[in-house]
Design a protein around this ligand. Structure first.
Ligand code: CO
Ligand code: CO
Length: 308
């Protein structure tokens, strides 16, 4: 086992031989948008993302689903089609799966991937001087909460869906091209929770500049009106104590940093001189990149995330 529960990461990694490591991950959740096809596509993009966060390629996937028996069959078919289209778009296939009946719909994938054992990216590979890059804007928790409260407008909904269905494949390949050793995807623990995991695993401190953070259209507007998912408050009470604020923030801005993401971007620590290679590798695929901070020295209790 190269990566298991000893040092929890985005996916499990099992070394087969000197050149091949198997990657496995499973992820599923309840609907977060109103359209079944998009729900399926988002759940699939989110599940594949953990393979990309480890620097792997996707081999195949299995469906894992629960549907209420009274749900019209077309809805179920749309969810599965949304997921299958995403998996097919990366040259992989859904090879099986399991469905049960349940009150609330649930859908996701078990994903199997492959990587070279020496090229695995982990949360523990960040080094002092590395630049922190983020590959998707933040705010999906706020936008999906605004959708549930019927506050989000059409443009905000479509921008969020576009972001959540966007794959981390190109970003992951750019990481490999640039020799990046540390990456993770931003999901339920929010930017700061996942940044802290990286800081702790790397024995380093991450300095994140608030003004450099990219937000989805409408995220700031709805956050100011407290359209927060419950997870944002849980994240803040769990991870907040390890975060140092060296600039004044409004309370809503601070909570927004803990906004739980669905199918968020990669947070990678790129060696400074590799940044041009990383950006060049991203552009043919239309992959956006934001430099949001840097990795600084820190020992023991100093490990943490600093917001400047
Ligand atoms: Co992950
Ligand atoms: Co996951």
């Amino acid at each position: 086992m190269l990566v298991g529960l000893g040092a929890p990461d985005d996916a499990a990694v099992y070394r087969l031989d000197d050149e091949h490591a198997l990657i496995q991950t499973v992820d599923f959740f309840t609907p977060i948008v109103d359209t079944p096809y998009e729900y399926g596509a988002i759940a699939a993009a989110n599940a594949l993302s953990d393979v990309y966060a480890m620097g792997g390629r996707v081999l195949f996937a299995l469906n894992i689903a629960a549907f209420p028996p009274q749900l019209p069959p077309w809805m179920l078919a749309d969810v599965l089609r949304g997921g299958a289209d995403v998996v097919r778009s990366v040259g992989a296939a859904i090879a099986g799966g399991h469905t049960i009946q349940d009150k609330e719909p649930k859908y996701g994938l078990v994903v199997t991937g492959m990587a070279h054992p020496d090229k695995i990216m982990t949360k523990g590979g960040a080094r002092e001087g590395d630049l922190l890059v983020l590959t998707k804007p933040l705010g999906t928790g706020v936008i999906t909460t605004a959708i549930k409260r019927e506050l989000a407008d059409e443009a905000e909904v479509s921008a969020a869906i576009r972001s959540m269905t966007w794959l981390n494949k190109a970003a992951s390949e750019a990481c490999l091209a640039a020799g990046v050793k540390a990456a993770t995807d931003i999901t339920g623990f929010g930017l700061l929770g996942h940044a802290l995991e990286m800081a702790e695993a790397s024995g380093a401190r991450l300095r994140i500049e608030f003004d450099r953070l990219p937000w989805l259209p409408g995220a700031l507007r709805h956050a100011e009106k407290w359209a927060f998912a419950g997870g944002a408050f849980n994240n803040k009470s769990f991870y907040g104590p390890a975060v140092t604020l060296t600039r004044p923030l409004e309370e809503w801005q601070e909570i927004l940093l803990h906004d739980p993401q669905t199918s968020g971007g990669l947070l990678a620590a790129a060696p400074r001189d590799a940044l041009p290679t990383f950006i060049d590798a991203c552009s043919p695929a239309g992959q956006e990149v934001w430099v949001i901070g840097e990795v600084t020295a820190g020992e023991g209790a100093e490990v943490g995330v600093e917001i400047v």
